[in-house]
Write a protein that binds this ligand. Structure first.
Ligand SMILES: [Zn+2]
Ligand SMILES: [Zn+2]
Length: 786
């Protein structure tokens, strides 16, 4: 760990605008606080241009020129050429690098050339789809040859009249995986005109398809290729992704066919200053078991936002929750009321759920400078066209390196410097990153993780495919579904006939598959007053997340659960925004079903295993934003079991003893190591810490040894634990370093305390965890060739 470099480079060059803004923030920091842990300068990048492709129709090129695009950037031209030559392609470049043009060009080129050709556009969110549709409509209405494209949205909000019209006339349907799954695929015969001449499928923001959702989408895209084939079409896929590692491999896995990648970003940006900022430990507030607590990232972000606005810098602050975003905006306004009252009205909060007009108004206000500062939830991350800001404050690492750059990439006016500040939350991963900035700055972003082979995803998806069109033996193999097919046949859900596999009469699989909600039986979350359905949660997770009294966040809005009826599959909630959050207390047991892969390192064994996890919720804690615990409330809930995948390691008790961990310290040391490891798994797998769970014990009945498990929170697994198994050395090294870097004495939420611990964070031994992780790493690395 090194200290921050001198603030002004001594080589005589003038400081960049980003550096000047950072100086200003430091000048406003209360004395005694040293929040800045690292500064990096990212040099400016010059634009690199390509040429308009030969095949691009002149009127289309003219329409782009009128919109200010004189020539395409190199990556746009390269991706468009690959697509037009019939190759699937993914373009993986930064925010605001004009990825849309890379697919608009080949798609509109094909639609202009062939008056019957069609295309599909898919986005993970409605807001993004709406913005992209607007842009395409502007292009087609400005071009005579494209006036028959009739691009049209087709989603849950589309009226029956428009749906009918779209089926007949639209040549470019803007939809999402959900509608494909529920409507366009099962009712393919009604969409024959679309399928027959389907030339392109655009998959926008494809890095959003990860985990179980991503696995579902991967199988939906295989269904798309199969149905199109039946109608005689063989569409080319054009995917757009944030910068991720191995985008070609991830995209190939997603669409089930080889995909080329374009990663050389030709768009220009000004120099960027990136600062790592760790709020101080609070002196007079303590959390669970008296552990120290840091100043909340949202509060700190509010202060930074105010200081930047005073400097006249257009600034966007990303905060994880709506409550946090509103607190940050309020905090900034309060500070401005004292320092610069005329600026108070130029700071606002933004949250998910805003209507499209509200979002556009906000975009306009920020880009015209009527608004100077906005605190937003991550809702803005996808699909809102705001770039060219002076500063971006990211309050809390947004979960993946890709998201961080997606947010930070909004800073940087053409040719001018800008500032990006990451403010650490009270959380082990954030702690690690602000003390090991190279893990964020010098590293290619993570690859997205999907597992289309998960039998809990594959089974229902295969049924959907078979109900759309009978499955041939070749297709069963293409889906990798031989084993799953046998299970479905044994259950009487699918039958072999002379022309392939058919679903049994009466089987209607589509409605039962929750592609976003995960797998299995769902509990609907319903607002009791209005009957509005807010969403669903898996039955298995319901006791821990929507138990009576639970505070439930939905797209940044806050609700409190009144009743949970598991047998009816419904949770009733009312809108309320209490100051506290809740976390369930539960008893968890885990048993190994089978060992899928194992590495023996002498005193340490590491394995990828299939497990069954059983949970019983026994109560919940109410906690203030400061981290302070109000009280604990007792609940009596039924037990639930989860079949899933886990990564585990065992340690010989003699090794623990030799390392100085006495028998009575073992449970606390393992428990602390487990918590921190859960917090750091997102570093090697594109998951959220809420997607995974853990169990540690000083004597596990299946292994007979001290054992730590980290498991996927979805039936059948989501690929995260498996990724942890394959990257265990890197993962556990980062875990140990994060715990060791934390300046607390005996553990805090920045290192070993977990907001979702079922045992109320007891026992926890921070020093013991560092020793245990060190011993495990020595064993792993000592027995492996370097
Ligand atoms: Zn700590
Ligand atoms: Zn715990």
């Amino acid at each position: 760990m090194t200290g921050p470099p001198p603030l002004h480079p001594g080589d005589g060059t003038a400081p960049t605008y980003g550096r000047l803004l950072l100086d200003h923030l430091l000048a406003g920091t209360p004395s005694g606080e040293t929040p800045l842990t690292h500064v990096a300068e990212i040099p400016a990048r010059e634009a690199r241009y390509g040429d308009w492709p030969q095949w691009a129709p002149d009127p289309l090129v003219q329409a782009f020129r009128e919109r200010g695009v004189d020539r395409p950037w190199s990556h746009q031209a390269e991706a468009a050429e690959l697509a037009a030559s019939g190759q699937h392609v993914v373009v993986s470049t930064g925010t605001a690098s004009g990825k849309s043009l890379a697919y608009q060009l080949p798609v509109l080129g094909a639609l202009a050339e062939d008056p019957h050709a069609t295309a599909l556009y898919l986005s993970p969110t409605k807001a993004l789809g709406a913005d992209q549709l607007k842009a395409v409509t502007e292009l087609t209405s400005a071009t005579d040859t494209l006036s028959t494209v009739c691009a049209c949205a087709y989603d849950g909000d589309t009226s029956p009249e428009i749906r009918q019209w779209a089926r007949r006339h639209s040549r470019w349907i803007f939809t999402n995986p959900d509608m494909l799954h529920l409507s366009l695929l099962p009712a393919h015969a009604r969409w024959a005109h679309l399928w027959r001449r389907l030339r392109y499928v655009v998959v926008d923001e494809c890095h959003a398809y990860r985990g179980v959702f991503g696995s579902h989408v991967a199988l939906i895209l295989r269904r798309v290729r199969r149905v199109a084939r039946r109608y005689g079409a063989d569409p080319v896929f054009v995917l757009a992704s944030a910068t991720t590692a191995e985008p070609g491999a991830a995209a190939s896995r997603l669409i089930g066919a080889p995909c080329r990648e374009v990663t050389e970003d030709g768009s220009p940006h000004g120099p960027r200053t990136v600062a790592m900022w760790e709020p101080p430990l609070l002196k007079d507030v303590t959390g669970e078991h008296g552990a120290p607590v840091r100043r909340a990232a949202g509060t700190e972000a509010g202060r930074l936002l105010a200081d930047l606005v005073v400097e006249g810098a257009r600034t966007l602050a990303f905060v994880r929750s709506r409550h946090g975003a509103e607190l940050a905006a309020m905090g900034a306004r309060r500070l401005l009321a004292e320092a610069a009252p005329d600026l108070v009205e130029r700071v606002a909060a933004y949250r998910a759920g805003y209507l499209a007009e509200d979002r556009r108004e906000l975009e306009a206000a920020l880009s015209e400078g009527r608004l100077l500062g906005v605190a937003s939830t991550n809702a803005l991350e996808l699909g809102v066209d705001i770039a060219g800001l002076d500063a971006v404050v990211v309050a809390g690492f947004p979960g993946t390196v890709a998201s961080f750059w997606q947010q930070g990439g909004r800073a940087g006016r053409r040719g001018q410097g800008s500032l990006v500040v990451l403010v650490a939350r009270d959380d082990p991963l954030d702690t690690y990153l602000v003390h090991h900035p190279q893990a964020l700055l010098d590293r290619p972003v993570e690859a997205t993780v999907t597992d289309p082979g998960n039998p809990y995803v594959l089974g229902p998806q295969l049924l959907c495919a078979a109900s759309e069109l009978p499955l041939s033996e070749d297709e069963v193999d293409e889906f990798g579904a031989r084993e799953v097919l046998t299970d479905l046949a044994d259950q009487g859900l699918i039958r072999r006939r002379p022309h392939g596999w058919f679903v049994a009469p009466g089987v209607e699989p589509h409605g039962d598959v929750e592609i976003r909600g995960g797998i299995g039986h769902q509990v609907a979350i319903v607002e009791a007053d209005t009957g509005r359905m807010l969403g669903t949660v898996e039955a298995g997770r319901a006791p821990a997340t929507v138990h009576p009294g639970a505070v439930h966040l939905h797209q940044g809005e806050t609700f409190v659960v009144d009743e949970l009826h598991l047998e009816d599959g419904i949770a009733l909630v009312h809108a309320e925004d209490p100051e506290w959050s809740t976390s369930a207390r539960e008893i968890t047991d885990i048993c190994c079903i089978s060992v899928d892969e194992m590495h023996d390192h002498g005193a340490v064994t590491v394995a990828s295993v299939s497990v069954e996890v059983s949970h019983r919720v026994v109560g919940y804690l109410r906690r203030l934003p400061s981290g302070e615990v109000l009280d604990q409330i007792i609940l009596d809930m039924p037990e639930h079991t989860l079949p899933t995948r886990a990564v585990m390691y065992t340690i010989d008790p003699e090794l623990l003893d030799r390392s100085g961990i006495t028998a009575e310290r073992v449970p606390g040391a393992l428990h602390a190591a487990e918590h921190a490891a859960i917090g750091l798994l997102p570093l090697v797998a594109t998951c959220d810490r809420w997607d995974i769970g853990g169990v540690s014990t000083d004597l596990h009945p299946d292994t007979g040894l001290p054992t730590v498990f980290v498991y996927d929170g979805q039936p059948g697994g989501a690929g995260f634990a498996e990724r942890g198994f394959h990257r265990i050395a890197r993962w556990l090294r980062a875990t140990r370093d994060a715990v060791a870097a934390c300046e607390c004495a005996a553990g805090c939420p920045s290192c070993v305390y977990s907001p979702k611990c079922g045992n109320g964070n007891d026992p926890l031994d921070k020093a013991g965890a560092i020793v245990v992780l060190g011993a495990v790493l020595d064993a792993i690395e000592g027995s492996e060739p370097a």
